[in-house]
Structure formats: C-alpha cells, structure tokens
Design a binder for this molecule. Structure first.
Ligand code: AMP
Length: 281
C-alpha cells in the first residue's frame, strides 16, 4: 500500500493508474478505522481495480463547540488496518495540504438540511460537500463508497453528484454493528463504560419502531413518542432528535408510507452518536 500525503503525488499516481483503464474506487474517511470503514473497502475491492482511501478530519464540517479537537486518531493503527484490508493507496493529507489558502468559496447545501443532523449542526453539510467535492476532484474515482449510517450524508452526496454533473457512481453500504446492535463508530471510544452499555438502546429503539410499523402502526408521532419513552428510560444520553422522514427526500410525514428513514441522534457526555434504519412500507 502506498501512503501519499500530497495532492501532487496522489494525482501523479492516479494518472498512471488510469492509463491501464483501471476502475478506481474511493473510500473517504476521518480515520480511527473500524470494521464499518473496512466493509466499505471490502465492497470497493469487489467492484474496482484500485482502491483509494483518504483519512482526513475536515475542520470545515465541525461547528465551534463540536469535537474536532478530540476526534480520535491513531495513524499507525489505521495504516495497518488499511493495508490488511487491501487498500492500494492511502491519502493522508494535513489541513494545509487540503486548504493551502483561505478558501474563497464553498459548497452550500440548500436542500435536505433543515432536518436531522443538518438542523442541529448548521453548516456541517456545507463542509462535508465542499471537502468531498475537493476529494472527488483530486482522486477522480469511478465509484465512491459511503456508509448508510450517515444516511443524510449519502442523500447530500447524491445531490452533489447530480447538481455538479460529477462522473462518479455513489455506492451506499449497510451499517456495521457491534454485537449488541450499537453502530460501529470512531466516536464510541469517547463513551464511558456505563454509557457504552446504555448506547445499545439507540438500535433497540429503532427496532422497536420497526416492530410497531410491522404491526401496522404508521403514525409518525406515535412511533416517535414510544421511541422517546424507551430511550429516556434506558439511557442517560440527551436526545438530540428522533425523526421519521421520507428517504431520500427527507420530508416530514404524518402517516408513514413508501421508503422511510427512522433516525436518532443522542448526545452523551463526550460523544454524539447517530443511527438510523431505512424501511420500505
Ligand atoms: P467517518 O470516518 O466517520 O467519516 O466515516 C467514513 C465512512 O465510513 C462514511 O461513509 C461512513 O458512513 C462510513 N461508516 C462509518 N461507520 C460505519 C458503520 N458502522 N458501518 C458502515 N459504514 C460506516
């Protein structure tokens, strides 16, 4: 596996790789890798000839009181995991390499950000869309792999590709979970032991919603109320949101129908966790 820290070297290698008509797969990450990230690599390896992973904690997508400074890092461990997973090129730029000058412009996301994380993290998806557009231009992948754990991010990237005519196929991959159902996340290490136990109630409340829906309950407000009660009873985390929306449009629905997302964000003492399930009703 080649480790590359500059855009120039990255682009030289990409150019060479493209001469062989290789299909390039791209897995953007913020590092502190876990099996969720590696499952994206696994899928990319199945579909592509050359897999690029990036590790970059993008300051642009963090708000002033968010966890940019304490986002977990361990490059040596990441390097080994990426190598073992079969990544061909690991792109590991620093902030100056990604933003050598004060940016004169950024992508502003207008649609689908008045709900979920877009609502509670203003500007977050502008930062995500901006860095992903830059990374796509640097890597010029044929296919890009994103996790459905960040379903709103997938919806935003879909529109980024559509609106800017980007020539990349977006692949949304399923959420990998711990044995008790907690979605794997780099931020899970910032939970206390007690919070870690409680955090499985996030997935359990999603399963509770699914069960209610399968039993014929389609009223969004009622399902949300049941989930709220369950979470309040079983965990100390503060509920940031519980939302039931159409997917991928992310519109409110009183009566759930069609493809819907049930999504939760919960704030623990040092970690904000998100999770969701998407169902066809
Ligand atoms: P992050 O490093 O958190 O920005 O995540 C990088 C990519 O991995 C994103 O596309 C995430 O959606 C995806 N990802 C994160 N956690 C999981 C998970 N538990 N299962 C599958 N994909 C994930």
């Amino acid at each position: 596996m080649k480790i590359v820290e500059t855009v120039e070297e990255l682009q030289t290698i990409i150019k060479k790789t493209k001469k062989n008509e290789s299909v390039i797969g791209f897995v953007p990450t913020m590092g502190f890798l876990h099996e969720g990230h590696l499952s994206l690599v696994e899928q990319a390896k199945k579909d592509c000839d050359f897999v690029v992973m990036s590790i970059f904690v993008n300051p642009l997508q963090f708000g002033p009181n968010e966890d940019f400074d304490r986002y977990p890092k361990n490059f040596e461990r990441d390097r080994q995991l990426a190598n073992n997973a079969g990544v061909d090129l690991l792109f590991y730029p620093n902030v100056t390499e990604m933003y050598p000058t004060e940016p004169a412009m950024k992508v502003i996301v207008h649609e689908g950000v008045d709900v979920l994380c877009g609502k509670s993290r203003p500007g977050h998806f502008d930062g995500v869309a901006t860095v992903v557009l830059k990374l796509f231009n640097m890597v010029t992948p044929d296919r890009a792999y994103f996790g459905m754990k960040d379903a709103q991010q997938v919806a935003v990237i879909e529109k980024l590709i559509r609106d800017f005519n980007l020539q990349v196929v977006l692949v949304g991959c399923p959420t990998l979970r711990e044995e008790d159902g907690l979605a794997k996340s780099s931020r899970n290490v910032n939970l206390t032991a007690e919070e870690r136990q409680e955090a499985s109630s996030i997935y359990k409340s999603l399963q509770l919603a699914k069960k209610l829906i399968l039993n014929g309950e389609h009223k969004a407000a009622l399902i949300k109320a049941e989930m709220t009660t369950f979470l309040q009873k079983n965990s100390s985390g503060a509920i940031d949101y519980i939302e039931l929306l159409s997917y991928p449009d992310l519109h409110q629905q009183e009566q759930l129908e069609g493809k819907v997302i049930i999504a939760i964000a919960q704030q623990y003492s040092k970690a904000r966790l998100i999770d969701n399930i998407v169902l066809e009703i």
